[in-house]
Design a binder for this molecule. Structure first.
Ligand SMILES: Nc1ncnc2c1ncn2[C@@H]1O[C@H](COP(=O)(O)OP(=O)(O)OP(=O)(O)O)[C@@H](O)[C@H]1O
Length: 614
């Protein structure tokens, strides 16, 4: 589920964010209480020093002996030592607390992001998720690591210092309140505008990420179709949007912070004025006025700290809204079914589907049943809806109408882990991660032993893996050892063996390989697919020939369904395609000789050229 207005991932509301914040804080209750306790002691000690200083002034003005002055001086030194010691201990505990909370939030975010349904990420654009993980997570991390300890300490100090002023002289203590109205008005003004301002800035950053990503991915197309000016314009538009949003938040800061500086001078001025008058009337001592004046200066540091943090805390909470929004997008998991598929039977019933970006249905009531263990080849012209069918059967997308089920259960309603166990979709894009061969394989089965990994590699004919210098520890991907397409494909197939799903969907899984490599891989596939239900979207017609049944999909409908011989006898689209590709005589020979006949032919080209006849 994406945000309808922005088409991005949802943004959690303030209440949800507050709840999430306190839930996270609650997970470290003991440390939080210890940190607050230590900082409280440090704040009390910090308030004691100016009070003792005032007492010392009074003692001096009354001409007391040095004994009393020495005691007060010793008290001040002890208070300062206590401030240093408890502040150090409190800071240590609270930073540790902040780090732990920040780490917990990161782990939670990664877990949620990995569970996001693919269509949700596709619709939102990967830039949105990237910005949330690369910008929002660190921003919220700052909130926990620095903001939370510093703001808590500052609040404690303000309360303790203000309490000390009230105890020293209630009237002078009340002078502190002159700072409240300007701070209240200024901060309200800032906060009211800040949340939306910072959210808009983040959204604009996401758009920049999306646009740059799209331009980089489509660089060749841009070159080929001379779309550079158009891509430049798209980039300029998103940068302009970000510039406008950043300027707005800069404007907010440039009004708010100078305003604060002016407000801070008010309490000290008030204490000196009122305190002076009271002193001359004999209502307060000089020491009390001095203590309160020092405290008004002292209290301004934590207040300033709090207000300085208002912006960062606000940014942190805005970032948390986006982080928690990922949990809302993932909500489908919460409603996952508890039913479990009985076997690998695939049933599509009256399935209709339209992509969210277009109102037009691309599947128009497809009904298809594949018994467990059977192999169905799906053929059809480009754009007929074959890949869309694959997405629905894998549960990556949900039909607009009708039902896509595995073993009698709606596949998209299964919890993600269960779905991954039951069905695997293999496309022509095989990603080799920058990690060891072992890490690349255990993605499919975290608890697999080295022997299991080797067996899986052997089963798919990945003999090269046994010659690697560091064996399963050999680093692959990135700047490490680069694998050719066929080897990458073998890793993908070995993952299927490890994941051991009931249903395997091959979406033109061998389309990017040259014909010989494709044949080798398809031979290896035999071991991989043994005993599973297989839906193979095929460009190469020998794949269709070998299947138990063939579905010809045309314009979002199943136009023909049967085995190779039945469809040839039907003399419809498939037969026409087969003749166009092979010729009558070869066809008969192929049927007799089995798979060997097609070895060297570029069947994909033949299919493409004949596709329109389907
Ligand atoms: N992400 C998408 N958003 C909008 N429309 C899409 C999307 N993906 C596919 N379509 C449209 O849906 C229709 C079916 O596409 P699909 O990819 O399922 O066909 P296909 O038979 O697999 O084609 P090909 O053999 O070229 O891969 C096409 O009209 C295509 O333009």
């Amino acid at each position: 589920m994406t945000d309808k207005r922005t088409n991005q991932l949802p943004i959690a509301d303030t209440r949800t964010v507050r709840r999430a914040f306190f839930r996270l804080l609650g997970s470290e209750k003991r440390r939080a209480v210890i940190a607050v306790g230590l900082h409280l002691i440090a704040a009390v000690a910090a308030a004691v020093a100016p009070i003792l200083l005032g007492d010392m002034l009074d003692e001096l003005s009354t001409g007391s002996g040095t004994g009393q002055i020495d005691k007060l001086a010793l008290g001040i030194v002890a208070a300062i030592v206590a401030v240093v010691a408890f502040t150090w201990a409190g800071t240590y505990v609270s930073y540790k607390l902040g780090e732990r909370l920040s780490a917990r939030m990161r782990v939670q975010f990664v877990e949620r992001a990995l569970r996001l349904p693919m269509p949700v990420v596709e619709q939102a654009g990967s830039g949105d998720l990237m910005t949330r993980s690369s910008a929002d997570v660190p921003e919220a991390g700052v909130l926990f690591r620095d903001g939370l300890p510093q703001v808590t300490v500052s609040i404690l100090k303000v309360l303790v210092f203000f309490g000390a002023m009230l105890i020293a002289s209630p009237l002078l203590g009340l002078c502190m309140l002159v700072v409240v109205p300007p701070l209240w008005v200024g901060t309200r003004w800032y906060l009211k505008r800040g949340r939306d301002g910072y959210l808009a800035e983040r959204e604009a950053e996401s758009s920049i990420g999306d646009t740059i990503g799209a331009s980089a991915d489509g660089a060749r197309t841009t070159e080929a179709y001379r779309l550079r000016a158009q891509r430049d314009a798209a980039g300029d538009a998103t940068v302009a949007k970000h510039w406008k949003a950043a300027r707005y938040t800069l404007f907010l800061r440039s009004v708010y912070f100078p305003f604060l500086d002016g407000a801070y001078a008010l309490p000290t001025a008030a204490v000196l004025l009122v305190g002076g008058a009271f002193y001359f009337n004999g209502e307060v001592t000089l020491g009390t006025v001095a203590s309160c004046a020092v405290l008004t200066r002292q209290i301004m540091f934590p207040i300033d700290h709090i207000l300085m943090w208002v912006e960062k805390v606000q940014r942190g909470f805005a970032a948390m809204s986006r982080i928690e929004g990922v949990a809302e997008a993932e909500d489908a998991e919460a409603n996952a079914t508890t039913e479990r598929p009985t076997d690998g039977t695939v049933d599509l019933t009256e399935v209709r589907y339209a992509y969210p970006t277009s109102p037009r249905d691309v599947l128009h009531g497809v009904t298809l049943s594949v018994p467990a263990g059977q192999r169905l080849a799906v053929v059809g012209p480009s754009g007929a809806g074959k890949s869309t069918l694959a997405r629905l059967i894998s549960g990556s997308d949900v039909p607009r109408e009708g039902r896509a089920a595995i073993g009698g259960v709606d596949v998209a309603a299964l919890p993600l882990d269960e779905r991954r166990k039951r069905v695997t979709l293999v496309t022509q894009e095989h990603h080799v991660f920058t990690a060891s061969l072992r890490d690349n394989l255990i993605l499919a089965k975290a608890e697999a032993t080295d022997d299991e990994l080797r067996e899986a590699l052997a089963a798919v004919g990945a003999d090269w893996a046994f010659d690697l210098p560091e064996g399963l520890d050999t680093p692959l991907g990135g700047k490490n050892r680069e694998l050719d397409a066929a080897s990458a494909q073998q890793i993908a197939l070995a993952r299927i063996i490890l994941a051991d799903p009931d249903v395997v969907i091959l979406d033109e899984a061998t389309a990017m390989l040259d014909p010989r490599a494709a044949r080798d891989t398809e031979r290896a596939l035999g071991a991989v697919l043994e005993g599973r239900t297989v839906i193979a979207i095929a460009h190469r017609l020998h794949t269709a020939h070998d299947a138990d049944r063939i579905a010809v999909v045309e314009d979002g409908r199943v136009a023909e369904l049967g085995n190779h011989d039945e469809l040839i006898a039907l003399d419809g689209h498939y037969a026409a395609l087969w003749r166009a590709w092979h010729g009558e005589d070869t066809s008969r020979k192929f049927a007799e000789d089995g798979e060997e006949a097609a070895t060297e032919t570029d069947e994909q080209g033949a299919f493409a050229s004949s596709a329109n006849t389907l």
